[in-house]
Ligand binder design. Structure first.
Ligand code: HEM
Length: 363
């Protein structure tokens, strides 16, 4: 799958073509936020933002992956989508139990049935959902092909046309990608808005950069993201402070000597993101939220720092990194832009959704 998708999603410019689809999902999310605000007791406060970001991330990744909408942000969410969300919830809530399911010998399963049963139930739900969407899209592609029309499209079309994967493999890989692209993106978004709410001075600086460099009404695309370096820095700093996955695992392919220690071939290594992200030698004043630490000082300056590699590194690094970045950058820009009718307002409190920390969180 990596080989097939490499040309499509591994670089920022590859995923830029999805800006339009992502912006449609963002428009739906912002509409939803306004509805929730109007329904709130104080007419203002939206709670459980992670639920909203979860639905946004799921809708966003599915739009790119299945090339169809799921309806996560609609008033009435379609039943198959509700079932999928439930299966996903079950998968995560049972994670600790189901993680051991595969390690339980087959003969022991009748005596300790729960882990295996729950494991199968959640994964069956996830696969079933993926299969429905893959089959719909493939039928559609086949119709076009039967009519002799040329076919082009997003990831699923590309997987199908490459003919390098069997149908079973397409089901399995799209299921895994959808699974991998939901909570990762949504938790990162939640941490980013939490940090902005806790640091109104940073929120104001980012807001001003957006209004100055992109204007007040402009719907951003991928091409606009380099014009707001603080938004990119905000994402990097959020992932440094709150890396979604706590670590990466690798098995050494040869004998290595690192820091004077011999690590024999075949050793299982775990890189702990929190340890390196919070180390003074990698990041001065590591506990402070300072997105500007990621800004380039000049055109030749590169701000790579291997102390923070939240998407992993190398041939098994996150294949969805550029999709996640696009979803997060475009959304952060738009929720920080002024709301309709208040474009002239230029203080952080006037951003589209008004990010403020609840009293308990306000420092
Ligand atoms: C903020 C969002 C995300 C973070 C922080 C994240 C992080 C990671 C990390 C740390 C890995 C393991 C990398 C390694 O071992 O070197 C990984 C793998 C993976 N991620 Fe992500 N991810 C994110 C979003 C996504 C999205 C949106 C998708 C799908 C569209 C996705 C699909 C995958 C897949 C399929 C793998 C396995 C890759 C392989 O083994 O070849 N991820 N991700």
């Amino acid at each position: 799958m990596r080989r097939v998708l490499r040309q499509r999603i591994l670089k920022p410019r590859d995923v830029a073509i999805f800006s339009g689809e992502i912006n449609q999902v963002i428009a739906d999310l912002i509409k939803r936020i306004y509805i929730l605000k109007s329904q709130a007791e104080d007419g203002e406060t939206v709670t459980n933002v992670n639920d909203l970001f979860f639905k946004y991330s799921m809708e966003g990744v599915a739009t790119i992956l299945y090339e169809s909408r799921l309806g996560c942000l609609e008033n009435s969410v379609p039943q198959p989508t509700v079932d999928y969300i439930e299966a996903l919830g079950l998968m995560f809530s049972m994670f600790k139990t189901s993680m051991y399911a595969g390690a339980i010998p087959r003969w022991l399963r009748p005596f300790i049935p729960k882990p295996w049963r729950e494991f199968c139930r959640s994964w069956d739900g996830l696969f079933k959902f993926s299969q429905i969407h893959v089959d719909n899209k493939l039928r559609d592609i086949q119709c076009h092909m039967d009519r002799g029309e040329s076919v082009s499209g997003g990831l699923l079309t590309c997987l199908f046309l490459s003919q390098e994967l069997t149908l079973e493999e397409i089901y399995a890989n799209t299921t895994e990608m959808l699974l991998a692209g939901v909570d990762t993106t949504s938790f990162t978004l939640s941490w980013a808005v939490y940090l902005l709410a806790r640091h109104p001075e940073v929120q104001q600086t980012v807001y001003r950069e957006i209004v100055k460099n992109l204007g007040e009404r402009h719907v951003p695309t991928a091409a606009d993201v380099p014009k707001v370096p603080l938004v990119r820095a905000l994402l990097k700093e959020t992932l440094r402070l709150f890396p979604v996955l706590p670590g990466n695992g690798r098995v050494t392919q040869e004998d290595l000597v690192i820091g004077g220690y011999l690590i024999p071939k075949g050793t299982q290594l775990a890189l702990c993101h929190y340890a390196t992200s919070y180390a003074d030698e990698n990041f001065p004043r590591p506990r402070e939220f300072r997105p500007e630490r990621w800004l380039r000082k000049g055109s030749l300056d590169r701000v790579d720092n291997f102390g923070s590699i939240p998407f992993g590194y190398g041939v098994r690094s996150c294949i969805g990194q550029r999709i996640a970045e696009l979803e997060i950058h475009l959304l952060l820009i738009q929720i920080l832009q002024p709301p309709p009718g208040q474009a002239e307002a230029a203080s952080y409190g006037e951003s589209a959704v008004g990010l403020t920390a609840p009293p308990a969180l306000a420092a």
